[in-house]
Design a protein around this ligand. Structure first.
Ligand code: NAG
Ligand code: NAG
Ligand code: NAG
Ligand code: NAG
Length: 313
């Protein structure tokens, strides 16, 4: 499959500059059990050995989890890593986003991948790719038949989750924070230039990918479904990647305290990082409704583009 378009379609996303006033945000109502993307790196593939196991080599990824940020990319990669024929990359490279990385060439990129056996496929994730203007064309230039995984969740929930991550990062770095309403609303209207909203315009970003890849090469994982009941979603991914079915229900157990599934494989138990279940702010219902109404038309367009619907509220 040739790359659809040679010329890059530059999606100019407005940068949102945060004003400096300090605001107390009211946190603590809903615990978001789906907030599974890490702010911190988590051990994925076990340790990368200092000397490679015999018979292994480094190979460019066969599949990339391209996003979306706060969609559950970490959970998806961790769960896929259960599969014996998957070698998951431990680092996010942003190879296709950053000119200085891209200029170093595909060999440099391949060297950042884990050692894998010939029967394994390499999977990496970089959540920023989905909303990146450059990534689709560049990934296509590397391997036009690569299989792309995209995990999405309700776009308005994603906005709140995105805000929450930035909020806690800013707190940790002693930077001023704002109530979510101050970012979502400007002069009484929805502030559609706010980056977290821009990133939830799935139709806009999807169009950019569909200029370079056919729809059949992009498998969309329902992030809300993955968290509720991981196995069926993972089985669909196994089929998409032509992997034999190896992930089974006993690979998961529900942690009542956390409110989501943890992973059991190779005699090890793994839960996602503690920060993954952060409390979300209670958002003013008028503002939330404004956000939902705005996203609704975009999600309709998105459903048409991908010939599929999701039960986002
Ligand atoms: C490109 O991706 C496909 C699909 O995963 C894979 O079969 C193929 O080996 C890849 N090509 C290269 C050169 O990595
Ligand atoms: C369940 O989650 C709690 C809270 O994060 C954690 O302390 C505990 O170790 C987990 N239990 C299991 C069996 O994973
Ligand atoms: C929510 O925000 C609107 C303005 O956007 C305001 O009029 C209303 O009082 C707020 N509601 C609550 C419960 O704070
Ligand atoms: C998405 O679209 C569907 C169908 O058009 C609609 O019912 C739903 O409210 C929308 N969800 C969001 C979050 O906008």
């Amino acid at each position: 499959m040739a790359c659809f378009l040679a010329s890059a379609f530059l999606l100019v996303l407005q940068t949102y500059a945060a004003p400096t006033e300090l605001v107390q945000a009211g946190f603590g109502i809903t615990l978001d059990s789906m907030d599974l993307d890490p702010g911190l790196p988590v051990d994925v593939s076990g340790d990368v050995p200092s000397s490679p196991p015999p018979g292994t080599s480094k190979r460019a990824p066969h599949s990339i989890i391209i996003g979306v940020r706060k969609g559950g990319t970490r959970a998806l990669l961790e769960m896929l890593d259960i599969h014996p024929e998957v070698a998951a990359a431990a680092t996010e490279v942003h190879f296709f986003d950053w000119d200085e990385n891209y200029a170093k060439g595909f060999e440099w990129y391949r060297d950042l991948m884990p050692y894998s056996y010939p029967n394994q496929i390499t999977v990496e994730k970089t959540p920023g790719y989905f909303t990146s203007a450059l990534a689709p064309e560049r990934i296509c230039a590397m391997n036009s038949s690569i299989k792309l995984l995209l995990i999405l969740r309700d776009p308005s929930e994603r906005v709140i989750s995105d805000y929450t991550q930035v909020y806690f990062n800013r707190l940790e770095n002693h930077k001023p924070v704002q109530a979510i309403e101050n970012l979502l609303v400007r002069n009484g209207a929805l502030n559609i230039r706010y980056k977290a909203i821009q990133r939830s315009l799935y139709d806009v970003h999807m169009r950019n990918w569909l200029r370079h890849f056919p729809l059949e090469q992009i498998h969309i994982v329902d992030g809300d479904a993955l968290i509720r009941d991981p196995l069926p979603e993972l089985q669909k991914v196994e089929r998409f990647l032509n992997l034999p079915p190896r992930i089974v229900s006993s690979n998961f157990y529900f942690n009542q305290t956390k409110g989501f599934y943890c992973i059991r494989s190779d005699g090890r138990e793994r839960c996602l990082h503690e920060s993954k279940g952060r409390p979300h702010p209670a958002v003013n219902s008028t503002v939330l409704q404004q956000l939902r109404t705005y996203l609704q038309e975009h999600n309709r367009t998105f459903f048409r583009l991908v010939k599929r619907t999701f039960d986002w509220q």
